[in-house]
Design a protein around this ligand. Sequence first.
Ligand code: GAF
Length: 400
Amino acid sequence: MSADGRTQAAALLASLSGSEPAGVWSAPGRANLIGEHTDYNEGFVLPFAIEHRTYAAVGMRQDGVLRVVSTLDRQPFSLPVADLAATFDGPSGRAVTSGAVPEWAAYPLGIAWAALAATGHAASDVTGLDIAIASDVPVGAGLSSSAAIEGATASALNDLWRLGLDGLEIAKLGRTAENEAVGAPTGIMDQVSSTLGREDAATFLDCRTLATESVDLGLAREGLALLVIDTQVKHAHSTGGYRERRESCEKGAAELGVPSLRDLSTDDLVRAQEQLDDVTFRRVRHIVTENQRVLDTVATLRASGPRAIGDLLVASHASMRDDFEISVAELDTAVEAALAAGAVGARMTGGGFGGAAIALVDADRVDVVAQAARDAFAAAGFRAPNTFTVTPSEGARRDA
Ligand code: GAF
């Protein structure tokens, strides 16, 4: 949809309010090259923004009401700006679990709530808005459709409400909305990737200091492409395994007496194994070794280029499968099939428990590797995967 996502969002706004948008903003989904579940452990990540984007066409209202509508759910939902605090203050995710706000609407409205709280603006300082959202980021595929909706909405509010926030501050609004308003205990990787992404580059983020560096990927120059194999196994981060993994990491850090797992190096793993139960130890080992793999990947990309990072991608997948236990049979099949068909490297990407794998492949072998994945899924009796390439792309922006 990317060519006309902007048009679709504007058309949706016109059908809602009969008016032209004051502007259209967009933000991309992301794929993570490496560094999984390290973000909330204050570690390192290396994601890149993809060309699939979410568009927000926004019109002004004079009555202090925020009305949101999405192509995914054409039922508009309204909330006065003055009611944001009463709706979203309090225990995280309460507005969604109580049924006061539909989950999809808690992303854009949570951004509005977080924006006022972060900037100290009163509800009476800002205008009401109609926000129409259209997206071509696959939902539930581990490509962060949530960061895309957050980034598009936050960019729009930043301009229209004259908040004066920079990219990192916009990313922080996204994390607050997701953690507090939606109730998903995620880190900040996806939001930073979505706001700060650059063409043909990945964003190297230190999740403790929030320092970022753009790392050139040079894929086209090397004749390489990134293939996504979306297993179509849907995941959700507000419940279940993701939260459990986060709790295990916090338990491991507490038992080892460090503020976060970022404070451990591979040299600490012997002590960790002696002190921790087996499951907690393996969760800790994934984080510690994954942080090192991110650092090694950045160094390798800079020294030798993307063809040299294959083994690091494969080791990352093995660690998520065996130590962190967030892979599923479909993801393992996708990775194995891609490697057997000659991929340079492959790994699951995102939070896990479903979603997508990425494979780094010769550009002229994309079809062969994609077919190999489809064949392997058919042989295993799995639903056919959705396969497509992604290109490292620009982050959040104003489109019109
Ligand atoms: C999800 C979360 F939103 C991120 O913050 C990150 O933890 C990721 O899973 C795993 O690396 O995308």
